[in-house]
Design a protein around this ligand. Structure first.
Ligand code: ZN
Ligand code: ZN
Length: 424
């Protein structure tokens, strides 16, 4: 524990863990007695921490605005997404381990299956896995006829990849080539702003897309797939053009050393861009089968070295998009066990724990919605809510009221002794 002498007196420097349960918030379900998955779940640890700590609800971006996970995480880390959000592709690329320079434009990509008319038959090419690696040399081997532009393509997991355009005078203001629907023709990328840079970028993306088709359609790997009755991965579809935002990192902004435990590329990318050290946890998959106790152990280890550790779990959002109430309930119970490991270890110490979601993903909707999410903040010297349970309903009756996304990290840092005095 660090002790600092500030003009206002002595302040202890404490530690913080922020647990972000992706898409955990939900709505009451008539088929489940009007309960949400969080209410239906057995969550003794979060319930106790909510009871002993601050509880409230949060508009992660603004009331009624459904955020993407990227926008939501920026907001939770204290960055107004209206100012700092520069598209998804840049974060995805960084999360996949690529280094991006200012001005580079990155896209999220899928290996997909199209017919000869370029109509999409399968957006994920049968969720191609290892075969995708064998196609990589073919995709890396062609030239784009746009002056001063080079490209890099990386296969990430399953059918997914990342495309990066490097060079001067590029723009993220271009539309997708991915029609996002089976049965539709691939789209021509067009500039979304009247600027030469966007024209150049759209032109390069259209060339890349058609050249990927030329290079892949008769590729031996695909001919073999067709023989085996599998959909060929004969085109690369791109979406979500993005660049790196210019920002002050978390260590610069708040004076804290921060780390993140997250398995999915997008969240890893955001954490890295805001200056967090990424911690790799064996068995953390970003799926429903993730190793929860390994994540808890990693967070406890990390907090010894860092002031702030972010612990992200994707499973709740995966179950939500599948519309699976029971799976979401089970994921929440596993999260509670994970938080229980942390709670037992740090109880009575100098560690604060915040738990929240990045958005609601109601089972009935299967998509992100703009409802507020519940949060709790637990640790030494925090007011007791006495709400008894941690859920969407008690959050609305909690002792911390309603706040915006960027406020929670500030509240946490304030308890941790890292807040900056405004004025003398
Ligand atoms: Zn999310
Ligand atoms: Zn989602």
């Amino acid at each position: 524990m660090k002790l600092i002498q500030s003009p206002g007196g002595l302040r202890l420097k404490m530690k913080g863990i922020m647990v972000i349960c992706d898409g955990m918030g939900d709505r009451p379900h008539s088929e489940h007695g009007g309960m949400t998955p969080l209410e239906a779940a057995d969550t003794p640890n979060m319930d106790a921490m909510a009871d002993e700590g601050l509880v409230g609800f949060m508009d992660v971006v603004a009331p009624g605005v459904p955020p993407g996970s990227d926008v939501a995480h920026l907001s939770l880390f204290g960055y107004d997404p209206h100012e700092y959000y520069t598209g998804r592709g840049g974060f995805e690329a960084v999360g996949a381990g690529l280094s991006l320079s200012p001005g580079d434009v990155a896209f999220r990509c899928n290996f997909a299956t199209v017919d000869d008319d370029l109509t999409v038959m399968d957006r994920r090419a049968g969720r191609i896995k290892e075969d995708a690696d064998k196609l990589m040399p073919a995709i890396r081997g062609f030239r784009l006829d746009v002056e001063g532009l080079t490209y890099e393509f990386h296969h990430t997991v399953e059918h997914r990849g990342v495309l990066v355009f490097r060079g001067k005078n590029l723009s993220r203001h271009v539309s997708d080539t991915d029609p996002h629907k089976v049965g539709e023709r691939i789209l021509k990328s067009t500039p979304l702003e009247p600027e030469e840079a966007a024209e150049r970028t759209a032109e390069a993306l259209n060339q890349f897309t058609l050249k990927s088709f030329e290079a892949l359609k008769d590729h031996p790997v695909n001919l073999k797939r067709i023989q085996e009755g599998k959909p060929p991965a004969n085109i690369i579809l791109s979406r979500g053009a993005g660049t790196l935002p210019t920002l002050q990192t978390i260590p610069q902004k708040y004076g804290v050393k921060a780390s993140a435990i997250a398995a999915v590329a997008l969240v890893r990318g955001i954490c890295k861009v805001v200056g967090m050290e990424l911690i790799n946890v064996p068995g953390a998959t970003g799926g429903l089968d993730t190793n929860y106790s390994a994540k808890a152990e990693a967070a406890l280890k990390s907090i010894k070295e860092n002031d702030l550790t972010i612990l992200h779990v994707k499973a709740t959002d995966v179950a939500s998009h599948d519309g699976d109430f029971e799976e979401k309930r089970r994921a929440i119970e596993k999260i509670d066990e994970m938080i229980g490991v942390i709670r037992r270890e740090v109880r009575g110490s100098n560690v604060f724990v915040a738990v929240t979601a990045d958005h609601t993903t109601p089972i009935a909707v299967r998509d992100h919605m703009g409802d507020p999410v519940p949060f709790l903040l637990w640790g030494p010297g925090v007011f007791r809510s006495g709400v008894g349970r941690f859920c969407e309903r008690t959050a609305r009756k909690g002792n911390a009221g309603r706040m915006r996304g960027p406020d929670l990290i500030h509240e946490l840092l304030n308890y941790m002794g890292f807040s900056q005095k405004f004025g003398f």
